[in-house]
Write a protein that binds this ligand. Structure first.
Ligand SMILES: Cc1cc2nc3c(=O)[nH]c(=O)nc-3n(C[C@H](O)[C@H](O)[C@H](O)COP(=O)(O)OP(=O)(O)OC[C@H]3O[C@@H](n4cnc5c(N)ncnc54)[C@H](O)[C@@H]3O)c2cc1C
Length: 92
């Protein structure tokens, strides 16, 4: 459900880009939401696997670790929040 919603968010931003419409807020929203749910989902998947989820032999352990960079690279989550707040006129 979260992954589906994340896809809808980036498709919305992409369709605005293609249509030549403003898309800064939608792109930031899509990046923030998608990276947040990637970490959430990877953490839950790790929990479902129990002890095996923590072992490097299982791909889920790598997915949890690797998902974290999505909240840091190409604009951190804090920066995305600042962008969204600015676009909403909440900060100068
Ligand atoms: C493996 C890896 C791959 C990367 N790949 C890329 C890439 O392909 N392209 C690219 O552009 N960059 C890439 N980066 C760099 C990444 O975008 C930066 O790490 C990121 O911008 C954060 O900068 P920083 O590490 O200097 O942290 P800092 O700027 O020191 O920030 C540290 C923390 O403080 C928060 N913070 C900083 N300023 C504020 C503020 N004013 N208000 C609130 N919170 C704040 C940040 O959100 C962060 O959580 C990569 C980094 C890594 C580790």
């Amino acid at each position: 459900m979260k992954a589906h919603t994340a896809r809808l968010a980036w498709r919305d931003a992409a369709s605005r880009l293609v249509a030549g419409e403003p898309f800064k807020k939608e792109a930031a929203l899509a990046k923030l939401y998608s990276s947040t749910v990637a970490v959430d989902n990877a953490r839950e998947a790790t929990q479902v696997h129990g002890g095996y989820g923590f072992m490097n032999e299982y791909p889920v352990a790598r997915m949890w670790r690797d998902s974290k960079i999505l909240e840091i690279g190409e604009g951190t989550s804090e920066v995305q929040r600042m962008l969204i707040a600015r676009e909403l006129g909440l900060v100068g």
